[in-house]
Design a protein around this ligand. Structure first.
Ligand SMILES: [Zn+2]
Ligand SMILES: [Zn+2]
Length: 641
């Protein structure tokens, strides 16, 4: 075991994390409980080595020193990374480089580069997996963009979901370039940037149908349908041909906002000839068409009409068409609407301001006015449809909500299906609501939710309209990308050799006639924890997991540096390892062993701290494992006196 206790003393300076580099440091600080100066020598901040990339080579190297341990359960999804020279830009070639969204669902970001011009499409985030302890969000590794800062001309955004705009503030902090997006998206972005104290150089509202020049590219926005208004596909006319990126989409023949997908534009581009299509693979495993958003309205109406008391409806805040249909049902049944949850309040306000949500005057009331109405005159719109512990519905379900207490007369409508990974949390929320006696309407068969992503027939429609020469499936895990490729081939539209499946960091390189995988740029997950961006990497996460699962044992001793004698200690203390009162025997035997080990070092005239620490760690590590089959983190601390 080689745990770097020194790391614990490095000041985790928020914000400047990304600037930190490898440098051996010597720091003095006071340890708690000991009012003596302690010099702690840091061996160098290795885990931050190559630009905080999660799977940087530094991380791999470190792993080797850690000695025998149980199989790691960290990030099995982390792909191996190649380092490539950064001189792969060729004047006559278009390079498409996804930094996120390939081999995963989330943190979408794609680079289009020709010569000295780069356009970035989307800047999204992903939510951490359960084993990423303490991580708030995950964003793409933007090293390549930062290194090519002066070439970046603009960011274009397909739609306003977090996995498409969630890392924009982090990008703009590094490279402040103009951002182009539709009206609602700009509203959502403005709020986000304000939170991060970032001022966009230019936030340009565009409409579907707009076309303009950015560097050597002509860029155009095309109306599609999705689970948020004004979702667009984006096409780029490049010197080697046209590329179409669908963004997230489905084909909705009866969208609630009446904005039909612009099939004509896709067909027009297809007729003129499209070099490459990049298309959403999220629902490629689902046969058939994804139902229209407007099919949800009657189902919600039915559930609301049947409710004898209050209606509490939970859905995704950003699904404005869903909110519209819920509000319509409330109006039809003469209910007032109370909006709860920060994001729900935020989106309803922005959507109303910008004309995406039509609400008759006096319909929305404050939560403080709720008591003036009978239960059957109220509909509550809330967040928490994914069982998020801090969101409205989950709090209500455990009787922890500020204003709403569930009663047996309530009807709760969950107008969403759990995103993979959230099933258990959603299940728990439903259980808790039922325990409180509420009537809960949920599940696929009730028709109260449809997906915003196209199923196989939607995807085929897109392929058929665009008829690309090359096809790059995007937005999906690897198997989905593969399947989407097969779908394109099965239609006879794309040659098998022209289906290009890659992962994040892959360079897809095109000339007017050819397309191929050509090298890589750095890509991976950057963890954001509090204000720190990228300062938490795999090693920190592994330590957190070890601490969480096995606890820790600290061994403190004081050494007279000149003579090499231990003048105090070793003293042991533990946290989260064993319950000390019930483990006296174990701990006193451990104490005896560590005493003996340190004594032996003294007798052998070993003055080197690293060696002594290793001896302590090995001795205790072996002993604890023998006796308990546990591997607590062991932190030897030597004080210089
Ligand atoms: Zn989306
Ligand atoms: Zn998405």
């Amino acid at each position: 075991m080689n745990i770097q206790e020194e790391r614990t003393t490095l000041t985790a300076t928020a914000g400047e994390g990304t600037q930190q580099r490898q440098r051996p440091t010597t720091r003095t600080r006071r340890t708690t409980g000991q009012n003596r100066r302690v010099t702690v020598k840091a061996e160098g901040d290795r885990e931050r080595a190559p630009r905080q990339r999660v799977q940087g080579e530094g991380t791999e190297r470190r792993q080797g020193n850690r000695g025998p341990r149980r199989p790691q359960r960290t990030n099995t999804s982390v792909e191996k990374q190649e380092q490539t020279p950064r001189t792969h830009v060729r004047k006559d070639k278009l390079q498409i480089i996804p930094l996120g969204g390939l081999g995963e669902i989330g943190k979408n970001m794609t680079i289009f580069q020709y010569g000295d011009d780069i356009v970035v499409l989307d800047a999204g985030l992903a939510f951490p997996e359960n084993d990423m302890l303490g991580v708030d969000i995950v964003i793409p590794d933007m090293t390549y963009l930062i290194e090519n800062k002066d070439k970046v001309r603009a960011v274009v955004i397909t739609h306003g979901h977090e996995d498409h705009i969630g890392s924009l503030a982090y990008l703009l902090k590094e490279i402040n370039v103009p951002v182009y997006a539709t009206n609602l998206v700009c509203g959502l972005i403005e709020g986000k940037l304000k939170e991060h104290h970032v001022k966009a150089k230019k936030l340009q509202i565009v409409k579907a149908g707009d076309e303009f020049k950015i560097g050597c590219f002509k860029v155009g926005f095309i109306q599609t349908n999705h689970s948020i208004p004004d979702a667009c596909a984006i096409f780029l006319e490049t010197p080697v041909g046209t590329v179409v990126h669908t963004g997230d989409f489905k084909v909705d023949q009866t969208p609630v906002d009446g904005k039909l997908m612009d099939v004509h534009k896709f067909a027009e581009l297809g007729n003129k000839g499209v070099l490459a299509l990049m298309s959403d693979s999220t629902n490629v495993e689902k046969p058939g068409f994804t139902p229209s958003e407007s099919s949800v309205g009657p189902a919600i109406m039915r559930a609301v009409a049947e409710a004898t008391g209050r209606v509490i409806l939970a859905t995704f805040a950003s699904n404005v068409s869903r909110l519209q249909q819920a509000i319509d049902a409330a109006v039809a049944t003469k209910r007032k609407v109370v909006v709860l949850g920060r994001s729900m309040v935020n989106v309803t306000e922005i959507a109303q301001e910008r004309g995406y949500l039509t609400v008759p005057e006096g319909t929305i009331i404050g939560d403080d006015e709720m008591n003036r109405y009978r239960a059957d005159e109220i509909m509550i719109l809330t967040t928490g449809s994914q069982g998020e512990p801090m969101a409205g519905l989950s709090r209500m379900s455990t009787n922890n909500h500020r204003t709403v207490e569930i009663t047996p007369n309530d009807t709760v409508i969950i107008s969403a299906t759990p995103i993979p990974g959230n099933e258990a949390a959603v299940g728990r929320t439903i259980d808790n609501l039922l325990r409180q006696g509420a009537h809960v309407v949920y599940g696929k068969d009730r028709g109260i939710h449809v997906s915003g992503h196209g199923s196989q027939e939607d995807l085929k429609t897109m392929l058929n309209l665009v008829r690309p020469k090359f096809f790059i499936p995007v937005h999906g895990e690897y198997r989905m990308l593969k399947k989407h490729g097969e779908l394109a081939v099965s239609m006879g539209i794309v040659k098998p050799s022209n289906v290009l499946v890659g992962d994040n960091g892959q360079i897809f390189e095109f000339t007017t006639r050819t397309g191929r995988l050509a090298g890589r740029v750095p890509a991976g997950k950057v963890f954001v924890d509090g204000l720190g961006v990228g300062d938490v990497g795999n090693i920190v996460i592994r330590d957190r997991q070890q601490l969480a699962q096995e606890g820790m044992v600290v061994v403190v001793m004081a050494m007279d540096r000149a003579s090499g004698t231990i003048v105090a200690g070793p003293d042991m203390l533990s946290r989260g390892f064993v319950y000390v009162r019930d483990a006296e025997e174990l701990l006193s035997e451990a104490q005896r062993r560590v005493d003996a080990a340190v004594e032996k070092c003294e007798m052998d005239h070993i003055k080197d701290w690293t060696t002594i620490k290793t001896v302590v760690r090995d001795t205790l590590g072996k002993f604890f494992y023998e006796k308990t089959r546990r591997r607590p983190m062991i932190l030897p601390i030597i004080q210089d006196v």
